[in-house]
Write a new protein. Structure first.
Length: 493
């Protein structure tokens, strides 16, 4: 049942979403297009004559890189080393955090991987399309208003954004040297363009635009032409895969004599993190690349990938095991302190919003410095934790790890209908839910339209988040597990 046939619009008439048949002409859009066009050319060149080999690559042991098997499983027995099972667990856990963030953004006024949003409003029949930011704060569940849930999601996003994409790139980079050494330049590039290039091209040119088309037409019931307003190419979550492939290609052509260095001590890490934080501040707001946060995101991601290569060549994970216990505890305390300070800051924002108090604090500058430090510290704390407590392996963890890559690609297609099912259920139980057009000034969701729920409280936001996580995860992981066994898909994923 299409959304347009089931839920009414709050203004009774179906709004018209502007559709521009011309391509966007901004610099960032063309940089993205150039990168994806280059990846498309690489897929055609390295996979000629367009037949995928059936040889499985075992070194792709990263979140969205495909497989969890450690490369050491393929080397001769005399040099065989234990498999790092905790990286399987780390990868699956990070994927769960991605899902938690994207679904939380759906209910917390942010772009949840191009999935439709749901807001609670004191009056869903108000003209949300023309609301100012201040009016929306006083009546709807956006950050800066009286609702706790969006503020909690803001804290959760800040904590995740501190480290988790960089940790994905680090783990990905860790397995690239072994793959390159074993396959050589051409084999390495062919494998990367197969496993990373095909999903990238598929999403940007097909899956991403089709998701937008289906969301507008089927969920919202709006007449939206396929590819209108430049949506024939869509970024979405696989920006990570595009950049992972880009970094691997650069590494393949610059790889020379292995560079080795010892794991930096705590003081060097803190100093390097401070410098990285200053660089993030200097480049923030410059969205000129194919990433959600622009240059300020791609620079630390490139550093993380490089550190992953160094970690493999120099044995950093083995050296990590030798860090004194008191040093690890020091890093843990810094992690908890940072999370607490962020929580305190968002708590003050919530108190100020509830009591209509103006609260100003130079958060961006201070957060940038500490963000750079935590970007290096939190991955060390997490890797150490998973190595100590989640290094047992097992069939279930192997299945989760192997399915992670495909889960990353397809999860918006699963969680969008799950959100729709939640809206359907609460409306059937008597809740007042409508579709509404949104003001771009006041709301930060994925689309200029959303679901609006009549409520003075936020119970339905928390319930929707938990419901979506429970049902969506119960569907997407088994689906990915079985899809990747299909002919064609199993050669890629």
């Amino acid at each position: 049942m299409a959304g347009g046939d089931f839920l009414p619009w709050n203004q009774e008439t179906v709004p018209e979403i502007p559709q521009n048949e011309q391509w966007p002409m901004d610099f960032g859009y063309w940089l993205m297009f150039t990168q994806i066009l280059g990846i498309s050319a690489g897929v055609l060149i390295f996979l000629f004559p367009w037949r995928l080999t059936r040889k499985q690559s075992l070194e792709e042991s990263t979140m969205p890189a495909a497989h969890s098997e450690d490369v050491e499983a393929n080397v001769p027995a005399k040099t065989t080393r234990k498999r790092l099972f905790y990286l399987d667990a780390l990868k699956a856990c990070l994927m769960m955090l991605v899902i938690m963030q994207h679904t939380g953004e759906q209910f917390g006024d942010a772009n949840g991987a191009d999935m439709i949003n749901l807001y609670t409003c004191k009056d869903v029949y108000a003209n949300l399309a023309n609301m100012t930011k201040e009016e929306a704060r006083n009546s709807c569940s956006i950050i800066g208003g009286p609702y706790v849930f969006p503020m909690f999601q803001g804290w959760f996003r800040v904590m995740n954004g501190t480290y988790f994409m960089e940790l994905f790139f680090f783990v990905s980079g860790f397995f690239s040297p072994s793959s390159f050494d074993r396959k050589g330049l051409q084999g390495f590039l062919s494998d990367k363009f197969k496993r990373l290039g095909i999903p990238t091209v598929s999403w940007y040119f097909f899956m991403g635009p089709f998701l937008k088309f289906c969301t507008a037409n089927l969920v919202a019931g709006l007449p939206f032409s396929y590819g209108a307003s430049g949506s024939w190419i869509s970024m979405g979550p696989p920006w990570f895969i595009a950049w992972l492939l880009t970094f691997n290609v650069i590494y393949a052509f610059v790889d020379g004599a292995p560079v080795k260095m010892d794991l930096p001590n705590i003081g060097i890490l803190l100093l390097a993190g401070s410098l990285m934080g200053a660089l993030i501040i200097a480049t923030s707001g410059k969205a000129a690349f194919n990433t959600p946060s622009g240059i300020s995101e791609i620079i630390p991601c490139a550093l993380a990938f490089t550190c992953g290569i160094l970690a493999k060549r120099s044995g950093w994970l083995e050296q990590l095991e030798m860090i004194p216990e008191q040093s690890i505890w020091f890093l843990r305390v810094l992690f908890v302190f940072y999370a607490g300070c962020q929580g305190f800051y968002f708590g003050l924002l919530q108190i100020a919003a509830t009591n209509h108090i103006t609260f100003q604090f130079p958060q961006d500058q201070l957060e940038g410095i500490f963000l750079g430090m935590m970007m290096l510290i939190i991955p060390i704390v997490l890797i150490d934790f998973f190595r100590r407590f989640l290094n047992g392996g097992g069939r279930f963890m192997a299945i989760m790890s192997e399915a992670t890559f495909l889960v990353y690609v397809i999860h918006p297609y699963v969680f969008t209908p799950v959100t729709w099912s939640y809206v359907t259920m609460i409306r059937a139980c008597g809740a007042v839910v409508v579709k509404t057009q949104l003001s771009s000034e006041a709301f930060s969701g994925a689309y200029p339209f959303a679901f609006a729920l009549q409520s003075e409280g936020e119970f339905f936001l928390w319930l929707g988040w938990f419901y979506t996580l429970l049902v969506g995860n119960a569907l997407v992981w088994p689906l990915a597990h079985f899809l990747r066994k299909l002919p064609g898909l199993r050669e890629v994923f």
